[in-house]
Design a protein around this ligand. Structure first.
Ligand code: ZN
Ligand code: FE
Ligand code: FE
Ligand code: ZN
Length: 266
């Protein structure tokens, strides 16, 4: 059994392809489940240029995913999900929004440190303007707070701050332990996200240093390609699979109606 729980589509304006093309690719790849987890709408036009509008969620995304789930029943299990953002100040809105829909799961991602969209290539110069250790500490502080918000089921690309190859001068052990203690307490899974291999850092999210901490706390794993084009569905899952064997006892989490269960990867 294999799943890809992190995929996008054209609605977020920085991915291409119809939802159905991602599903067909997942079937081609022999996946058992595919999660449609496009970037969630947010209040007050927050980051509107990188996500669907609330109107598109209702008029297109939700009905399309639910219809495709029916259409492909028996061939692949299609999950209705979102990649949400942890952004302080939006918690109440996100909580209410997520409660109104029958999501199978919601991924929680940190893409913003204050106003800084630190994973956006346009703002990469800002890494040089700040102390890199402080940037890492602030990032993991947001990871901890995203877990404590209890808004999310899966922690998304949990060391995204390394995306462009900037490295801290210290190991960050202490702040990492604080973060993953909170992830465990929130009963979340962490995704192994293969998109990092396609970014300047050329390393899977998360690093093996972090996977060791995850194993120490017995935090469950799941899998995502973070595909922004249909051809990337299930990409580099051979490596991901090896990491699941090594750090997750060969088991991954799957979700239905925001209930987690564990299955053996194969
Ligand atoms: Zn995206
Ligand atoms: Fe993301
Ligand atoms: Fe994503
Ligand atoms: Zn992502």
């Amino acid at each position: 059994m294999v799943v890809d729980y992190h995929t996008h589509n054209f609605l977020c304006k920085h991915a291409d392809g119809e939802i159905e093309e991602y599903i067909l690719r997942a079937i081609d790849r022999g996946l058992n489940e595919i999660g449609c987890s496009d970037h969630s709408p947010m209040p007050n036009n927050f980051d509107a240029q990188h996500r669907m509008t609330e109107e598109q969620f209702y008029s297109f995304y939700k009905p399309a995913v639910l219809e495709l789930r029916q259409k492909y029943k028996g061939r692949i299990s299609v999950k209705f999900a979102l990649e949400g953002d942890f952004f302080p100040g939006t918690e109440e809105w996100v909580k209410n929004f997520n409660a109104q829909h029958s999501f199978d799961y919601v991924i929680g991602s940190v893409h913003y440190l204050g106003e800084w969209g630190f994973d956006n290539p346009i703002f990469v110069h800002k890494y040089e303007e700040r102390d890199i250790d402080e940037t890492y500490e602030l990032y993991y502080d947001h990871i901890r707070r995203s877990a404590q918000s209890r808004l999310f089921d899966i922690l998304g690309h949990c060391d995204l701050v390394k995306k462009f190859g900037h490295r801290p001068t210290r190991t960050m052990e202490e702040v990492l332990h604080e973060s993953f203690k909170a992830v465990k307490a929130a009963d979340m899974a962490v995704e192994i996200n293969t998109a990092g291999l396609r970014k300047p850092v050329k390393e899977i999210y998360p690093s093996e240093q972090i996977l060791q901490i995850i194993r120490e706390y017995n935090i469950p794993l799941t899998l995502g390609s973070d595909a922004h084009t249909p051809g990337d569905v299930g990409r580099d899952f051979d490596l991901a699979r090896q990491l699941v064997e090594k750090y997750g006892s060969g088991k991954i989490s799957v979700f239905t109606n925001r209930e987690r269960s564990e299955i053996r990867i194969s």
